[in-house]
Design a protein around this ligand. Structure first.
Ligand code: XMP
Ligand code: MG
Length: 179
């Protein structure tokens, strides 16, 4: 599997150090607020697990699965809820945990949805950000790494459902896509 990776962009050590930093900031921000921390599946599952271990305040966790219709390496903006939240967000301080923000369409849909459900506050933490590809005006409140405009895999992110288990972020060899 590792043979499919052309280049490691961000190492496991760099990712873990950044998550510690984010955890410290979020622990200070959410002191006394008992946030509802929402993982956007599937991509954010590893980040969610590592992040919440580094947030020291009481919290509840919930999971939501969404997918956008259309091509596999591009968001179409039409978001389908595969699995909805179990908890009500009404009156809650909500923290959305995302793997990567690309066009921003998925996140902008989610924020609208949670606003309509009357969340008290909504903040977004993303591990990876591709600001150059944004089609909607949207910024994460907390972002780990800014990435170049390239399709990346690993640390939760997939190509055709593979590579999510890699502990680092990398770029695939071009021939993998043409198979
Ligand atoms: P949008 O465009 O809605 O996209 O911000 C967010 C979702 O698109 C996926 N995505 C990627 N998945 N490597 C991936 O494996 C990438 O480089 C990449 N860029 C975007 C991802 O599911 C994200 O939640
Ligand atoms: Mg994906």
């Amino acid at each position: 599997m590792q043979n499919d990776i052309q280049e490691v962009l961000i190492s496991e050590e760099e990712i873990q150090a950044k998550i510690k930093e984010l955890g410290e900031k979020l622990s200070a921000e959410y002191e006394g607020r008992d946030p509802l921390v929402i993982c956007v599946l599937k991509g954010a599952f590893i980040f969610m697990a590592d992040l919440v271990k580094n947030i020291t305040v009481p919290m509840e966790l919930d999971f939501m699965a969404v997918s956008s219709y259309g091509a596999s390496t591009k968001s179409s903006g039409v978001v389908k809820i595969i699995k909805d939240l179990d908890e009500s967000v009404e009156g809650r301080d909500v923290l959305i945990v995302e793997d990567i923000i690309d066009s921003g369409l998925t996140l902008s849909y989610l924020i609208d949805l949670l606003e309509n459900r009357k969340a008290k506050s909504i903040a977004v933490v993303t591990l990876f950000d591709k600001p150059a590809r944004r089609t909607v005006d949207l910024q994460a409140d907390y972002a780990g790494f800014v990435l170049p405009d390239a399709f990346v895999v690993g640390y939760g992110l997939d190509y055709a459902e593979h590579y999510r288990n890699l502990p680092y972020i990398g770029i695939l060899k071009p021939e993998i896509y043409s198979n």
